[in-house]
Write a protein that binds this ligand. Structure first.
Ligand code: ATP
Length: 473
């Protein structure tokens, strides 16, 4: 599996992902998407959006990031969206106490100390107060991975919401939060969508958008950042049917990740033993990242927790009236909550490969290739003139302009042809078209396949049809 450093370096070198505010030394936990990264993100969001909203029972929305502060009181975020935080007195390093313990358990497992690992894990799963985490860290003498010491401060809870102020006066009455999840924008619009889209339960509302969390530790590239993007869908169901819908969405979402090209052995479910305050059932879909298993999507059965609280805090009825049974109830919710940026990173990990490719001299050289499903490839096709003379650039440019009307394309006329192929392989371009001497004589070009590296000749007039047939867009 690819090393994270290799991926970060490729992502930067080729314009997928840059550190935020890099010229100022960077801003921790924030990343910028470059010309290729933004295409990858857009492709992912488009595929998710189509799979979720191009069906009769799900509507899309785009709610604002800033919301009425009461939203976050009703949702429980003001009181409970906290992580346990601990500092090492010697190294001054700060950790999420639960993550510190989890990573220690992982290290014990790697050393086959399974019994001890299980014992600590059992205690961790019932920890809820700051002192519970502290007691585990002290009892098992869990050391700081940086300094190796066990001089710890107490554990405190830290709220992850970013606070800001609306309007000119910075006082308690003007506090607003950057949303830490997109879900609440859906709940507060439940009635609006129900009435305007004339939906009947069961139905869902989907949304893609930015979310912000002041994470205690950011790490592993795009995995845990302070600003990220989510793709969430809240499915409103009749109370009592939530378990069957939960099973349905678990299966749908797993199959969706498989359809993106993730291999079965790199995906797994992790059932939550310890449930969040709003959930009665929860499972994560995890992907095997270079640093180990990590959640890419959470599926949560959220009961009527959110709608009921919003009804109470706002004083507005958020019930559903079932015209067939004349029943009135607050719907239950099954949520699928995925990370766009986290999944984009998983797609990069999944696509990364190295193999041997023939050089122009006929020997073999190592090549890096991103084997993206063509739907994700930032550039679908590249067009090259073999040499910059004899009318080749003119024909190649004409082909490039025609192709660009249908697919994101790139024109490259610099350097040896082998180098140009390598450059496209490294960014995952599925096809390269080369105009050569023969092209001007018989109106044909070569098309090279990224994965097989095989070339075929086709007539210029058939290029668009060929690409449409072979790039399942
Ligand atoms: P964790 O326990 O790892 O902090 P979580 O269980 O709080 O995560 P959810 O609230 O379920 O995460 O968020 C849903 C999805 O949003 C996650 O599966 C992930 O893809 C994405 N996500 C959450 N937090 C972050 C983050 N800090 N950086 C990038 N993506 C994130």
């Amino acid at each position: 599996m690819v090393k994270l450093e290799t991926l970060i370096s490729l992502a930067k070198r080729r314009g997928f992902i840059f550190q935020s505010s890099e010229i100022y030394g960077g801003l921790n936990g924030c990343w910028d998407f470059g010309p290729l990264g933004v295409e990858l993100l857009r492709n992912l969001k488009e595929i998710w959006w189509k799979s979720m909203t191009y069906r009769e029972d799900i509507e899309g929305i785009d709610a604002s990031i800033l919301m009425h502060p009461k939203v976050w009181e009703a949702s429980g975020h003001v009181a409970q969206f906290t992580d346990p935080m601990i500092d090492n007195k010697i190294s001054k390093a700060r950790y999420r106490a639960d993550n510190l313990i989890e990573e220690y358990i992982e290290r014990l497992r790697n050393k086959n100390k399974t019994e001890l690992a299980n014992e600590i894990e059992a205690k961790l799963s019932s920890a809820s107060k700051p002192s519970d985490y502290y007691d585990i860290i002290v009892e098992y003498k869990i050391p700081d991975p940086v300094s190796g010491t066990t001089e710890w401060t107490e554990v405190r809870y830290f709220n992850l919401m970013f606070k800001t102020f609306i309007g000119a006066v910075e006082d308690a009455s003007s506090v607003v939060y950057l949303r830490p999840e997109t879900a609440q924008g859906i709940y507060v619009n439940f009635k609006n969508v129900l009435e305007t889209a004339r939906q009947k339960i069961p139905f869902g509302i989907a949304q893609i958008g930015k979310a912000f969390r002041n994470e205690i530790n950011t790490k592993n590239f795009l995995f845990r950042t302070r600003e990220f993007e989510q793709m969430e869908m809240q499915y409103f169901v009749k109370p009592g049917t939530e378990n069957e819908w939960f099973d349905y969405w678990m299966n749908e979402r797993y199959e969706w990740y498989l359809s993106l090209g993730f291999k079965k052995e790199t995906l797994r479910f992790k059932v939550h033993e310890k449930l969040a305050h709003y959930a009665n059932r929860a499972v994560d879909i995890e992907y095997l990242f270079p640093f180990g298993w990590g959640e890419i999507e959470g599926i949560h059965s959220r009961t009527d927790y959110d709608l009921r609280n919003h009804q109470e805090y706002s004083g507005k009825k958020l019930e559903y009236f079932d015209p067939t049974t004349n029943e009135r109830y607050i719907p239950y919710v099954v949520e699928t909550s995925g990370g766009v940026t986290r999944t984009a990173m998983a797609l990069l990990c999944n696509a990364y490969d190295e193999d041997m490719a023939p050089t122009e001299k006929g020997d073999l050289e190592k090549r890096t290739v991103l084997r993206f499903d063509p739907r994700f490839a930032p550039i679908k096709v590249a067009v090259f003139p073999l040499v910059n003379k004899d009318g080749m650039p003119e024909l190649a440019l004409k082909i490039y302009k025609d192709v660009q009307k249908h697919f994101k394309a790139m024109y490259d006329d610099s350097g040896a042809i082998g180098r140009r192929y390598r450059r496209q392989d490294e960014i995952g371009t599925p096809f390269c078209i080369t105009v050569d001497g023969q092209s001007l004589a018989d109106n044909t070009v070569t098309i090279r396949d990224r994965d097989t590296m095989k070339q075929i000749r086709i007539n210029v007039d058939n290029i668009i049809t060929y690409l449409k047939d072979n790039l399942i867009i």
